[in-house]
Design a protein around this ligand. Structure first.
Ligand code: AMP
Length: 421
């Protein structure tokens, strides 16, 4: 027996009918995001490693433990993209954004992280994301979040929770870090080893820890929003006011920080109850970054959604599966003459928009009809010597078994009418 070649752990083949679900997600995004002024950007799947190290930050789990990095023949270090933002920023830096101008893009596609595979956690997973880069305004954050929520609505995903917080500006950081350190330091022994290290290296990231034992302490930590300066408090209040005005429901989660160090002001996450342990459906926030080294800092706001998790959420809600486009007509050909004319007829039907399969082997009528049923064709178009003589074709409705004989020249028009009827 031949050995089966399974896809690698944490990766998957996607077959119909699931493929149609993916296409539905992609088409919904492509239909919706342009309504908010976003256009699609496709960046390469691998980049110079440096693009991600600079973009994501060396202190993150993604950069420290999860990147698929390899050397090309020239000895350059390259990495399969673990997320979309860094590549998008590189691309935008290439084009430049004029001061006071704004670029809005969305993207979708595979991302790669060497994580331990689990339900909802893959090594090759897929994201849909959006970034609005160039300006700093709380209304932009609210608009971006509203678009994300609108997208979930369009997909029929209910029962999600939008968590919102502010990380303030760089000027707020020292005071917040000091307050957090003062709170956690007396409990150092009770923290997990990673958090003990974070206490000195980057105390903010301690709030992101998922280890069970650290949660009681984290839950009692000072609320970031209360430690921020006036400018940041005003910015956050404006984001909330705009969300309220648009009727977007949210919950302020004062200890939500999200991993990346470049976040300023708004951070948010969407959780869904149907996802189990990996309950984050989407995450994002406002960031301040230098597009190119030594360049001025620009601000942007964006998010990324996990496509696998979107599908899991839809499944948990029993949402109707998008239909895979099935075969509409099967051309049955009996005898060598009919067989020679089968492909040209199929081709004509396809040009007229009919999804058509066609006999290619000259098998028996029974075998051909069996195939037509197997591919769930709606109609079989049958032609043998006698039909050829009369210039006709027999159309059999495979659901009802009702047959009609048509002039062959009218096949396409009549079939389209039958499919529409
Ligand atoms: P992140 O880029 O880590 O902020 O993740 C954004 C979203 O991508 C998450 O909310 C998940 O929905 C999804 N995601 C992240 N990592 C994975 C993974 N390993 N497998 C599947 N989905 C993921």
């Amino acid at each position: 027996m031949s050995e089966k070649l399974e896809p690698l752990p944490g990766t998957a083949d996607i077959w119909e009918p699931e493929t149609s679900q993916w296409i539905f997600l992609e088409q919904t995004a492509r239909g919706l995001f342009p309504r908010y002024g976003y256009s699609e950007l496709r960046t390469p799947i691998f980049e110079r490693t440096d693009v991600f190290v600079r973009g994501i930050g060396t202190e993150t789990d993604v950069v420290q433990k999860e990147m698929y990095t390899f050397e090309d023949r020239g000895g350059r270090s390259l990495t399969l993209r673990p997320e979309g933002t860094a590549g998008v920023m590189r691309a935008i830096a290439n084009q430049g954004v004029a001061e006071g101008d704004e670029k809005r893009v969305f993207y979708m596609g595979p991302m790669f992280r060497g994580e331990r595979p689990a339900a909802g956690r893959r090594r090759q997973f897929h994201q849909i994301g959006a970034e609005a880069v160039g300006r700093a305004a709380p209304a932009m954050d609210a608009e971006c979040i509203a678009m994300l929520v609108h997208f979930l609505e369009e997909l029929g995903i209910r029962d999600s929770r939008l968590l919102l917080n502010s990380r303030g500006t760089a000027a707020d950081r020292p005071a917040v870090a000091e307050a957090l350190k003062a709170y956690f330091a007396p409990h150092k022994e009770a923290l997990c080893p990673d958090c003990q290290r974070r206490l000195d290296a980057n105390v903010w990231r301690l709030l992101d820890c998922k280890v069970e034992g650290c949660q009681p302490l984290i839950n009692g930590a000072p609320k970031i929003t209360e430690l921020l300066g006036d400018e940041s408090k005003t910015f956050f209040a404006e984001v909330c006011r705009n969300l309220d005005a648009m009727g977007v429901a949210y919950q302020v989660e004062p200890r939500l920080v999200r991993g990346l160090d470049y976040y300023v002001h708004t951070v948010f996450e969407i959780q869904h109850s149907g996802l189990g342990a990996q309950n984050a459906l989407a995450g994002g926030g406002r960031y301040a970054i230098a597009l190119a080294s030594g360049d001025r800092t620009v601000e942007g706001v964006g998010f990324a959604l996990g496509m696998e998790r979107l599908l899991m959420a839809r499944q948990s809600l029993n949402l109707a599966a998008a239909e895979a486009p099935g075969c509409q007509a099967y051309v049955v050909a009996l005898g060598p003459q009919a067989l020679a004319l089968a492909l040209p007829l199929a081709q004509e039907l396809r040009r007229c928009g009919v999804r058509t399969l066609c006999e290619t082997a000259g098998r028996s009528m029974k075998a051909q009809l069996r195939t037509a049923n197997k591919v769930h064709a709606k109609f079989a178009l049958i032609r043998g010597d006698s039909e050829l003589e009369k210039g006709t074709i027999v159309c059999k409705n495979l659901d009802t078994s009702v047959q009609e004989e048509w002039p062959v020249a009218e096949t396409a028009a009549r079939l389209r009418a039958a499919l529409a009827g």
